[in-house]
Design a protein around this ligand. Structure first.
Ligand code: GRF
Length: 201
């Protein structure tokens, strides 16, 4: 399955996908694209001989012109799935609708709880006993699209933001490649915004 991965930062989720692709995940990572030239995720891609592209948002006048350029860049690679992996940009409705049903995101919370930023800090302040991560389809609503898979982790009494973030991230590295695998193996599909799952006993 041809995919394109978008990153802004460390790219540890990208790394998990690369590692699985080098094992038995049937995807072809056609390109890794970043809005930041110094994103470490680009370095991870280079090390794996994956083409990298940088499209800096600072070079564009507004969100809509940036997103149009980003669509043109992504579509050079004709991906069946576009994977947001720590891509720290809010996307315009026209971008989202262009990739309807084939745009995925991972978010570090048990959505619909804690959309947006600083999820680990907010959950620690809340007194919740559990936290987690969610893979979802992207719609126009920020962190609001249909859920595909969630993982739960416990919150320990001595947790801080860093310890909790690390525990969640380890699980992200399992659930994101899992969902991508379901798509790649044709077990999961999206038709008119409806998620369908086949062949799972
Ligand atoms: C992850 O926590 C992900 O859920 C969020 O951004 C972070 C990206 O981390 N969307 P990385 O760049 O994959 O290491």
């Amino acid at each position: 399955l041809p995919i394109v991965v978008l990153v802004s930062g460390s790219g540890s989720n990208l790394q998990a996908i690369i590692d699985d692709a080098q094992a038995d995940l049937p995807v072809d990572i056609r390109a890794v694209i970043s809005n930041k030239a110094d994103a470490y995720g680009l370095e991870r891609a280079r090390k794996a001989n994956i083409p990298t592209r940088v499209l800096e948002h600072t070079a564009f006048e507004d969100r809509s012109s940036y997103d149009q350029a980003l669509i043109a860049l992504i579509d050079e690679y004709q991906p069946a799935l576009v994977i947001l992996a720590g891509f720290m940009r809010i996307l315009t409705p026209s971008f989202v609708s262009h990739y309807q049903g084939r745009l995925l995101n991972i978010h570090p919370s048990l959505l619909p709880k804690y959309r947006g930023l600083h999820t680990h800090q907010r959950v620690l302040e809340s007194g919740d006993k559990q936290h987690g991560a969610s893979v979802h389809l992207v719609t126009e609503e920020l962190d609001g699209g249909p859920l595909i898979l969630q993982v739960t982790v416990p919150i320990e009494p001595d947790d801080n933001e860093a310890s909790l973030a690390a525990r969640v991230l380890t699980q992200e590295h399992i659930i994101y490649p899992t969902v991508i695998r379901w798509f790649a193996e044709g077990r999961l599909s999206v038709t008119n915004g409806v998620i369908e799952m086949d062949g799972v006993a």
